[in-house]
Design a protein around this ligand. Structure first.
Ligand code: BES
Ligand code: MN
Ligand code: ZN
Length: 478
């Protein structure tokens, strides 16, 4: 997708105008203004939030998109609306679009949102569909705009490309992306971007005392992998570790999931895919922060060699864990990864995981859970979340009763508590593996990782929610 400054009043084959309810439009040229005012007076288009109207002109099409009342509009709505409008244009055989932004120029980071929408609107996971004669490719490849901020647009484009990279991987099914394949993708990315890259196979995982990751991966014929990437600029201001849950398929293991819960569990590697997307973004934006990407990858399967309820395993920091549910596997693989991250003594650790159905029940499909042992880190992440339009809600990381339920009669910890407070239990479990007083945030992205229908910037499937929040955060510290 190319994004260019519009020369004079050049009208390509489509024109996108975002309109507020009750606001007179006076841009572009008299003809367009007249059309818009006529449509308004006939109440064909009033600017109602979410409304979209295509008006065929002699030359090309005019697309009108309603934003509702100006006072209620946030950048997030503009980003979503731009994506919706551009997606429609691209599906309508139009190759180029002029996006009129003059009436929106008071919104901060407007061109970041345009860059993001331009890339995200064009993405769909359709590589496995046969392209027969009815197939219509997305045709839009040139966007012109009257308000052009070079730096903002390129930032938005890079943010979105990182998200698309993660979505493309997360959408792949479990038969394509195994832990080994995920590691190959990480290596390929590292080679391309000159990142440091270390991959541990199951033997090394064992000798490195990652007993929890090993236990989860042992039941599958596709063995586990531990992946460590590092982006190291010359004089970084900070060192940040980003940790991802990389369960390439979560069947539940011997505590097998019922059918309707197993479907979409290819998405249980989204945290890991996001980590790779963030590393790509950090390197391509030349951020002045050292960023470590840490991934614990395994396939959670039932088999004769699988780990079992009642097993007692030992994590990298020496803590023992009694397994009472093999479906609570994410916290186990993360335990070893968080120990490793703590050993690097970074300024902060952020982990991302499709960790608990309980978090999705609590917050729905549009908001992720944020847990943190440090208010400053939490506030910075919430601020980045608002900027990127990926909503989070801070959840408690303190609870006497739930903390008590983490104890096992036979080991240091159990891996699973009662149903109530399941997301908090999981977060408190993870906290046991953070050492050296490091500022740490845990993002539970279960529920927001996968969309069953397209919405705003998202197409159906993996959302890779969290990539832009983290990139925004990293941009903010350098
Ligand atoms: N990967 C799941 C969590 C999940 C659920 C992600 C729904 C996305 C959508 C996780 O490994 C899991 O199975 N969690 C269990 C925990 C329980 C056994 C304590 C759950 O949420 O039911
Ligand atoms: Mn599970
Ligand atoms: Zn899982």
């Amino acid at each position: 997708m190319q994004i260019k400054r519009v020369e004079d009043i050049y009208l390509p084959d489509s024109l996108l105008v975002l309109l507020f309810e009750g606001e007179k439009f006076s841009g572009i040229n008299n003809e367009i203004c007249e059309i818009i005012e006529t449509l308004k007076s006939r109440r064909d288009f009033t600017g109602k939030k979410g409304s979209l109207l295509r008006v065929p002109l002699i030359q090309g099409n005019l697309y009108l998109l309603g934003l509702g009342k100006r006072e209620d509009c946030k950048l997030n709505l503009i980003r979503d609306s731009l994506a919706k409008g551009l997606r429609n244009i691209g599906r309508n055989h139009n190759k180029s679009a002029f996006v009129y932004l003059e009436n929106l120029k008071n919104f901060d980071s407007l061109c970041v949102a345009l860059g993001e929408a331009a890339i995200l609107c064009a993405y769909s996971f359709d590589k496995y569909k046969t392209k027969d004669e009815d197939y219509e490719a997305f045709s839009l490849n040139e966007i012109y705009t009257d308000i052009y901020d070079d730096k903002e647009i390129s930032q938005g484009v890079k943010f979105a490309e990182s998200q698309v990279y993660s979505r493309e991987l997360a959408n792949e099914p479990g038969c394509v992306i195994t832990p080994e394949k995920l590691a190959e993708h990480a290596k390929k990315l590292a080679d391309k971007l000159n990142l440091e890259c270390e991959i541990w196979d199951e033997n090394k995982i064992k000798s490195e005392k990652m007993g929890a990751l090993l236990a989860v991966g042992i039941g599958s014929k596709n063995p586990p992998r531990f992946i460590h990437l590092a982006y190291k600029p010359a004089n970084p201001v900070k060192k940040i570790a980003i940790v991802g849950k990389g369960i390439t398929f979560d069947s539940g293991g011997l505590n097998i999931k019922p059918d309707q819960f197993m479907l979409t569990m290819k998405g249980d590697k989204t945290g890991a895919c996001n980590v790779l997307g963030i590393l790509k973004g950090a390197a391509e934006l030349n951020l002045n922060v050292e960023v470590h990407g840490i991934i614990a990858a395994a396939e959670n399967m039932p088999s004769g060699s699988a780990y079992k309820p009642d097993d007692i395993i030992r994590a990298r920091n020496g803590k023992t864990i009694e397994i009472n549910n093999t479906d609570a596997e994410g916290r186990l693989v993360l335990a070893d990864a968080l120990c490793f991250a703590s050993e690097l003594k970074p300024d902060a650790i952020i982990d991302m995981a499709t960790l608990t159905g309980a978090c999705a029940v609590a917050l729905g499909k549009n908001r992720a859970g944020l847990f943190a042992n440090n208010d400053e880190l939490a506030d910075k992440l919430l601020d980045s979340s608002t900027k990127s339009g990926e909503p989070y809600w801070r959840m408690p990381l303190e609870d006497e009763i739930i903390s008590e339920s983490l104890k096992s009669p036979f080991a240091d910890l159990v891996n699973c508590g009662e149903r109530y407070g399941g997301a908090i239990f999981a977060a408190l479990f993870l906290k046991e593996f953070i050492s050296n007083n490091i500022a740490w945030a845990h993002m539970d992205i279960a529920g927001v990782d996968f969309l069953d229908k397209e919405r705003g910037i998202y197409s159906k499937g993996a959302s890779s929610f969290g990539v832009r929040t983290c990139l925004n955060y990293l941009c903010g510290i350098c």
